[in-house]
Ligand binder design. Structure first.
Ligand code: FES
Length: 283
């Protein structure tokens, strides 16, 4: 059992949990994730580790309530527990001194970008961050990102805060201004990562993306998370989650992510109809 020490609402339907998990807190590196089960019959939920405190033995998870299991998770409060937590999983981000690194985060993707931006800065890079959301109420971690970045730019799709437009527009402007960029790290919705990669590909700027396909076992055995990168099949849970964005087959990823949309919708409706109980049932 892993106790939830803190539960906070960060934005509309976006929660932040601080969970006691000393072994994971000690070992985790930026870019890695955990898999969590709320209870013994629960769905396995993969979540990036947004932050950790090795001394306090805690990890910070940020998630958006997008389906039955995440909505169920969001009902938990400080003092509650989750039954299983495995990790750290995945290959850590390759951190080195590149020069100027642009960290781009969209929506809930800002959560995994944050530890990477922090580590890139600690490695001596100049970190320019661009974060965005659909609307102001969905924007997270602005203060934290400002703290770890030399410069932070913010956009909202509807213009309710910051630049009116997309993170990729800001990136294009920075490139057009003639800044030398050595690496771009982009994490967010697939269409956002795809557009960012199109922008950087034109300028031959190395771009790393973090993928979030459907996962089941998260140990490389089931094949659920397979993606095509550079014409090769890769498993995101063990080979990723980060890949060269210019090599990713995004069209296939979108198709695979949508494979169970109807079942996911039905599961959420049934859960809500039953009053959203926290224990038992099929996820
Ligand atoms: S989730 Fe099963 S192989 Fe990656």
């Amino acid at each position: 059992m892993f106790p939830i020490l803190e539960a906070r609402l960060l934005a509309t339907a976006v929660k932040q949990f601080k969970i006691a998990a000393p072994e994971i807190a000690k070992k985790r590196k930026p870019g890695q994730f955990i898999v969590l089960r709320i209870h013994e019959e629960g769905e396995r939920i993969p979540l990036t580790i947004a932050d950790a405190d090795a001394e306090a033995g805690t990890i910070t998870l940020i998630f958006q309530e997008v389906g039955k299991s995440t909505e169920q998770l969001g009902k938990l409060k400080a003092g509650d527990t989750v039954s299983d937590l495995i990790g750290p999983l995945g290959v850590p981000t390759h951190i080195e001194k590149y020069g100027t690194v642009v960290c781009v985060g969209g929506g809930i993707g800002i959560a995994p970008v944050y530890p990477i931006a922090k580590a890139m800065r600690e490695a001596g890079n100049t970190v320019i961050s661009i974060i965005g959301a659909r609307t102001k109420n969905l924007l997270i971690l602005e203060e934290e990102m400002a703290r770890v970045s030399h410069s932070l730019k913010v956009s909202t799709d509807d213009g309710s805060y910051g630049y009116h437009g997309f993170v990729s527009d800001i990136l294009q402007d920075i490139i057009d201004e003639g800044m030398t960029i050595n690496l771009v790290v982009a994490i967010g919705p697939v269409p956002m990562m795809r557009v960012v990669c199109n922008v950087t590909k034109n300028h031959k700027i190395k771009t790393v993306v973090s993928l979030n396909p459907i996962m089941v076992d998260a140990t490389g055995m089931c094949g659920a998370c397979r993606v095509t990168v550079g014409g090769r099949t890769r498993f995101v849970c063990v080979d990723g989650p980060e890949f060269d964005g210019h090599e990713v087959n995004f069209a296939e990823l979108v198709k695979r992510q949508r494979a169970y949309l109807n079942q996911e919708k039905l599961s959420l409706e049934t859960f809500r109809h039953q009053g959203g109980a926290c224990m038992g049932g099929i996820s």
